[in-house]
Ligand binder design. Structure first.
Ligand SMILES: [Zn+2]
Length: 237
């Protein structure tokens, strides 16, 4: 991913995009969008970075760790560190027994009518939601220059494979009302140059992380993690 130069003005950069506090009043950290731990090494070059307050930064880290490990466990079918394809998830599972046990408890094995053993995993929805909304805010801010201070009107997520074919097709088609982003915004630059775009999705790391931001009534952010988890976060106009 190439760096697309910062857009038009800095009018929205005075607040923490997550808690709306003035950055001049608080300690700040530089935070990657999306969360770096959701990507894999080698990371894409020039990942967007946004200044957020230190409280928010540390407030998200437990849930980010949880989501990373949960996804890795679901994809590998196990909480065994040696079976993870993501080395960072394996390392967390090795050192954090409590989290490992907690995710293990979310696993249920059952026998199908055909006698096959299937495993289902029950996520902790609030934690998944936290991380998705955090990243969606970051994407909206970077692509459109929109600071979204309110809570989203709707947050929805489900494994891609649970979508019916017509739902899947509708999910993949993004682009909304055809309203053009502001001149100079990153999304406008992408539309003009095609940079990192596959269809209307920004393919940040193939098979690992892609997202789309568009206007349809309000602002819609869609995210797909590890070709597995599909999410949609919507803010009303
Ligand atoms: Zn904050």
């Amino acid at each position: 991913m190439q760096q697309i130069e910062p857009f038009t003005d800095e009018r929205n950069q005075s607040w923490c995009i997550h808690c709306t506090r003035w950055l001049s009043d608080v300690k700040t950290n530089r935070d990657h969008v999306p969360t770096k731990s959701l990507l894999q090494k080698p990371y894409p070059e020039n990942l967007p970075v946004v200044a957020i307050c230190e409280d928010c930064n540390s407030g998200f880290s437990k849930d980010e760790e949880y989501l990373l490990v949960f996804l890795s466990a679901v994809l590998s079918g196990s909480t065994d560190p040696t079976r993870q394809s993501n080395p960072h998830a394996a390392e967390i599972l090795r050192r954090n027994e409590k989290l490992k046990a907690r995710i293990e408890r979310a696993k249920t094995a059952y026998k199908t009518i055909g006698g096959e053993t299937q495993i289902i995993w029950k996520p902790e929805p609030d934690r998944v939601r936290q991380v998705l909304v955090k990243n969606a805010r970051g994407h909206a801010y970077f692509e459109y220059g929109e600071p979204l201070m309110d809570d989203p009107a709707r947050v929805w997520f489900t494994p891609l494979q649970c979508l019916a074919p017509e739902e899947r097709a509708a999910f993949e088609i993004t682009g909304g009302d055809g309203v053009w982003p502001e001149v100079g915004s990153r999304m406008m630059t992408r539309l003009a140059t095609g940079q990192d775009l596959v269809g209307s999705w920004v393919e940040l790391q193939p098979g690992i992380y892609r997202y789309a931001v568009f206007q349809e009534g309000g602002l819609v952010v869609r995210i797909v993690l590890h070709d597995y988890l599909a999410a949609e976060i919507v803010w009303d106009a």
